[in-house]
Design a protein around this ligand. Structure first.
Ligand code: ADP
Ligand code: MG
Length: 386
């Protein structure tokens, strides 16, 4: 299904019998570096993609929301008077945003909306955040109010945590809401301060590789990682009260307290703390035009996620190893939460075609799975189209 608005308009009319009065869009994202740092108050460095969730809509004069998903070819209808009952999985993102907005005092209006999207579902490019942020913008447009983009991100995150039930950090909704064309966003997840850092205009490309490995049931693994991080934090905090999260701990401090920790807690903390340092160094490398160093830091990030944080998997490792063998690859790592999903690589422009061919062949040979590759165009965050 093409995401072209002109093609979606007639679909909207055939479903709802009237023309759409507005359209909004919110992108998926890829995180370039800074993985599993956000729930430790750390740093992340994602960019918004030119894949998005697009919502066409018209306000209604009652409290009914009718939502049609192009992806699932399914209609879902609910009342704004009764948002607490969970619905079809895809519809919960729309419903959940309403559920969070209402007690904040926003006067929501009913609406008829069509939802289309081309962010691959469940691949770690955060189609869920795109759904939440686009849904928020749809409520704003139908209801005739405006929410500040940072607050919009927080609303989306709360919908995911409180309604969908995924204990995510703020990164995904933040970049979907505030992304900027040709830039990646350096985000301090503690203060929500951010800085748009220009990506190289030419010379290198960011290539995303989807392993197409179906994600396993890994919710409990993520909870384990989180708790291991908190165990390490607590050991240090007992002695250094200024430490609120691992973000406040230096590598030297971690080494000093290591003997008091269990092995797992130590290794998880070592990843988080070194990853924060790598994000900071990545930003200065990019600012000084040192893309080679940025690539090296991406490689180190993957190795740390694989060996210390243990959230990689064979498919991700195979793809990353194959990527690193290609001449012209500056760096390659898994991106997103792990256990499947995507890799992100920094590749010299002239090698991008060869990269896709060689990594693709090697990956198919070793895994029997067919990968997808996308050359990433850093794009703007959520916006109204009309
Ligand atoms: P990710 O965020 O990594 O893509 P999630 O499991 O968090 O994976 O979110 C994927 C879910 O979001 C889908 O299963 C679906 O319920 C919903 N979703 C994402 N994009 C769309 C879309 N275009 N239309 C309907 N639902 C979508
Ligand atoms: Mg998600």
């Amino acid at each position: 299904m093409t995401m072209n608005i002109q093609n979606l308009k007639p679909v909207y009319e055939s479903k709802f019998g009237v023309p759409a009065e507005f359209a909004v869009r919110a992108p998926g994202r890829v995180n370039l570096i800074g993985e599993h740092t956000d729930y430790n108050d750390g740093y992340v460095f994602p960019c918004a993609l030119d894949f998005n969730v697009t919502i066409l809509g018209s306000p209604r004069n009652d409290n009914t929301v009718r939502a049609y998903s192009v992806t699932f070819d399914e209609m879902c209808e609910f009342s704004l008077n009764n948002l607490s009952v969970r619905d079809k999985a895809w519809c919960n993102y729309v419903k959940g945003v309403g559920y969070v907005l209402q007690p904040e005092g926003y006067h929501l209006k009913g609406m008829d909306i069509l939802i289309a999207g081309n962010v691959p579902l469940g691949s770690g490019l955060s189609s869920s955040a795109a759904m939440e942020v686009a849904s928020c913008l749809a409520y704003e447009t139908a209801g005739g109010f405006d929410i500040d983009p940072v607050k919009r991100a927080l609303i989306g995150q709360r919908a995911e945590r409180e309604y969908v039930g995924v204990q995510c950090g703020i990164m995904d909704q933040f970049i979907s809401s505030l992304g900027r064309k040709s830039h990646a966003l350096f985000i301090d997840t503690r203060t929500l301060g951010y800085e748009a850092v220009p990506l190289p205009e030419s010379g290198v490309s960011i290539v995303i590789g989807n392993t197409n490995k179906p994600r396993q049931l890994v919710g409990s693994e993520y909870n384990d990682r989180r708790n291991e991080c908190y165990r390490a934090r607590d050991v240090i905090r007992k002695d250094l009260p200024r430490v609120k999260e691992l973000r406040d701990v230096t590598s030297e401090e971690l080494e000093r307290y290591a003997p008091q920790m269990d092995e797992k807690a130590y290794k998880r903390a070592r990843h988080v703390i070194s990853e924060d340092e790598r994000v900071l160094e990545s930003i200065s490398a990019l600012k000084s035009g040192d893309v080679k160093r940025f690539g090296e830091l991406m490689n180190q990030s993957h190795d740390s996620l694989r060996d210390d944080y243990k959230v990689s998997c064979r498919e991700l490792d195979v793809m990353v190893e194959a990527a690193r063998k290609v001449k012209g690859t500056l760096g390659s790592r898994m991106t997103g939460a792990g256990f499947g999903g995507c890799t992100v690589s920094l590749v010299k422009d002239e090698s991008v075609e060869r990269f896709q061919k060689e990594v693709g062949e090697e990956y198919v040979k070793l895994t029997n799975l067919k990968p997808d590759f996308f050359v990433c165009k850093a794009s703007d965050g959520a916006r109204r189209i009309f």
